[in-house]
Design a protein around this ligand. Structure first.
Ligand code: HEC
Ligand code: HEC
Ligand code: HEC
Ligand code: HEC
Length: 130
């Protein structure tokens, strides 16, 4: 009985530490609508990839660069604004933030001779439904 109690305490603490850093089920696949076509981002596929983009392992903070491992993970759009004009100096607007982060990793990874997502071809990311 005592062993069981200790075991469940361990289990509990494990699930607590993991909870803050899990991708919510409704965010496993994120679709960004856009004029050029929708971009479908496979969130879980990306998290945990190894040896791509110059990092050993893709962590949450590889993309969520202000996230320090606890608390809520913020959307990029909380800080990166759509309007180029309204973007504070030194902070890329939302489109640039995405393009830099997404395409640059793909580009860099392919330059290393490895498989990655699209970089140059807009239409491979922005897919028209019709
Ligand atoms: C790696 C995937 C990827 C590639 C390749 C890519 N984009 Fe994007 N693009 C995105 C994402 C993600 C967004 C953010 C969507 C949003 O605005 O919410 C975006 C946003 C945009 C936007 C602003 C939103 C809109 O649709 O009005 C434009 C314009 C755009 N991209 C143009 C391009 C062009 C032109 C190219 C090719 C030179 C390109 N993109 C290549 C992923 C990509
Ligand atoms: C390859 C890049 C990448 C990785 C790795 C990544 N995410 Fe994300 N995540 C995103 C993007 C892009 C969004 C959409 C942000 C937006 O809508 O502005 C997002 C959105 C989220 C959201 C929703 C935020 C909101 O309020 O809408 C949560 C929660 C989240 N991610 C958690 C995680 C966790 C936890 C991990 C690590 C296990 C992780 N992400 C790894 C790119 C990534
Ligand atoms: C809490 C606010 C905040 C959030 C949330 C945030 N950013 Fe940023 N980001 C900044 C600021 C401020 C800068 C400029 C200073 C710097 O480089 O850190 C920046 C810079 C960047 C840059 C250019 C510098 C670099 O690191 O290459 C990219 C790309 C970027 N952000 C992408 C993203 C993406 C993608 C997300 C969501 C997955 C995101 N950011 C979420 C505040 C934020
Ligand atoms: C740290 C590097 C890295 C970042 C950041 C990154 N990607 Fe990727 N992406 C990859 C790699 C590597 C693959 C190939 C994965 C595989 O197929 O095993 C990939 C694959 C893809 C694919 C093709 C997936 C499929 O359907 O087979 C798309 C689309 C894509 N990424 C979009 C994005 C978008 C949008 C973002 C930014 C929100 C992003 N990626 C950020 C490394 C990255």
């Amino acid at each position: 009985m005592r062993i069981l109690v200790i075991f469940s305490i361990i289990l509990l603490s494990v699930s607590f530490t993991v909870a803050g850093s899990e991708i919510p089920a409704d965010k496993n696949i994120i679709v960004f609508p856009g004029k050029l076509g929708d971009v479908t981002f496979l969130h879980s596929l990306h998290s945990g990839l190894e040896n791509v983009g110059g990092v050993e392992k893709v962590e949450c903070s590889t993309c969520h660069h202000t996230y320090e491992g606890e608390g809520a993970v913020k959307a990029c759009g909380d800080c990166h604004v759509r309007s180029k004009k309204a973007a504070p100096a030194g902070t890329p607007d939302l489109k640039k933030a995405f393009h830099f982060r997404c395409r640059d990793c793909h580009k860099y990874t392919m330059e290393q001779g490895k498989h990655a997502g699209p970089d140059k071809k807009c239409k491979l990311c922005h897919i028209k439904n019709k």
